[in-house]
Design a protein around this ligand. Structure first.
Ligand code: SAH
Ligand code: SF4
Length: 359
């Protein structure tokens, strides 16, 4: 059966025609779901009988298992279960005038990055385009602010699930009206997927997770580096920036004493020289995870690393960790829920606001 956000505009029209509805209903239903972005139940311009029928014909794909509120209500995180039991996470980050949603592209991840909670737990399955879009629209239902940014930085490696991810980007752009530059795909460096993204019609923002300026260290943190070393990953990012005329972002998790030395900042700046539009480095203090012994670099070391990069012409931002108090980092909520003793299905926790803020 087609799920609610997996159905294309044409499929919606076919379902409604099958129910004997007039043609304008397809536009009404589409607008309620994607333009007004409200739950079907609230589309009161549709007859109640039709809403009931559509609830059965177009079920949602995801059921909330847990919902956590942090940062004084500005950050919400969901753990969802799909019909087959696969679990995935979504984070909503609300700002005064807009909101960002961080989506998962897979349940779990096969890439095995040593510092990442999702990588530590392994791969479950790919998500469909409908499951990816549903995360955005369900988060929108909980946000008075319009969701204007979507980042593919939740669970999974988007470019290991290319076709559904590209389809979800097209739908979020065309149906939900999110501009291409506000759609960010974060990759650990799957080079063939990056090459497909170069050929993709939309100039979405590309973020590449580096975490180290040389292959010796990077391959310890990111096993995929052995298959696609830094030179190939940076070459693919260069091709992307050149084709789209769009500056690329590079993510760098700062790990105390491991990748945060001044000489490593110099090497990183050298690596990123000459990219079209320049390079933007996003420094992320490491979020502690169970199976990784490293700790976050202290703030003064991150500031010094950032300063050194800036002096070498690299644009830098330091991500403040939002939602640390609700396990908002990639894969952490699922990992925690898996450790909980069996109990009531629905969990709703409110935690104290934290002083930190996010990307
Ligand atoms: N698989 C993609 C996108 C999901 S991860 C990728 O790796 O880019 C999103 C970002 O969170 C990546 O930059 C990833 O390296 C980072 N990340 C994962 N675990 C982290 C942790 N424990 N601390 C800080 N950043 C982390
Ligand atoms: Fe997968 Fe990204 Fe985590 Fe690596 S950092 S294991 S690619 S989700």
């Amino acid at each position: 059966m087609t799920d609610r956000y997996g159905a294309t505009r044409e499929e919606l029209a076919a379902i409604l025609a099958g129910l004997g509805e007039p043609r304008y209903r397809a536009t009404q239903v589409h607008d309620a779901l994607w333009v007004r972005r409200r739950p079907l139940e609230e589309a009161t311009d549709l007859p109640r009988r039709l809403r009931d029928e559509l609830r059965a014909r177009l079920p949602t794909a995801l059921t909330a298992v847990a919902e956590r509120h942090g940062d004084g209500g500005a950050t919400v995180k969901w753990l969802w279960r799909a019909a087959d039991g696969a679990q995935l996470e979504t984070v909503l980050m609300r700002y005064p005038n807009r909101a960002t949603v961080c989506v998962s592209s897979q349940a779990g991840c096969a890439m095995g990055c040593t510092f990442c909670a999702t990588g530590q737990a392994g791969f479950e399955r790919h998500l469909s385009a409908g499951e990816i879009c549903e995360q955005v629209l369900r988060a929108q239902h909980a946000s008075p602010q319009r969701v204007g940014n979507v980042v593919y930085m939740g669970m999974g490696e988007p470019l290991a699930n290319v076709e559904p991810v590209l389809e979800s980007l097209s739908r979020l752009h065309a149906d939900a009206g999110i501009s291409a530059r506000q759609l960010t795909v974060s990759t650990v460096g799957v080079v063939p997927g990056m090459e497909q993204l170069v050929r993709f019609a939309l100039p979405v923002t590309l973020a590449v997770s580096l975490h180290a300026p040389d292959d010796d260290l990077r391959s310890e943190l990111v096993p995929l580096d052995r298959r696609y070393p830094l030179a190939d990953v940076i070459a693919a990012a260069r091709a992307y920036a050149a084709r789209k005329g769009r500056r690329c972002t590079f993510e760098y998790a700062c790990i105390d004493g491991l990748n945060d030395a001044p000489a490593q900042a110099d090497a990183l700046a050298r690596l990123l020289r000459g990219l079209r539009g320049g390079a933007h480095v996003n420094l992320i203090p490491l979020n502690p995870t169970g199976a990784f012994a490293g700790r976050a670099s202290p703030p003064d070391r991150i500031a010094a690393f950032a300063q050194r990069l800036r002096a070498l012409g690299v644009q830098v931002s330091v991500r403040r960790n939002r939602g640390v108090d609700i396990d908002a980092a990639c894969g952490q909520l699922r990992a925690r829920e898996a450790r909980r003793p069996a109990g009531p299905g629905q969990v709703r926790a409110r935690t104290r606001p934290s002083a930190t803020m996010g990307a």
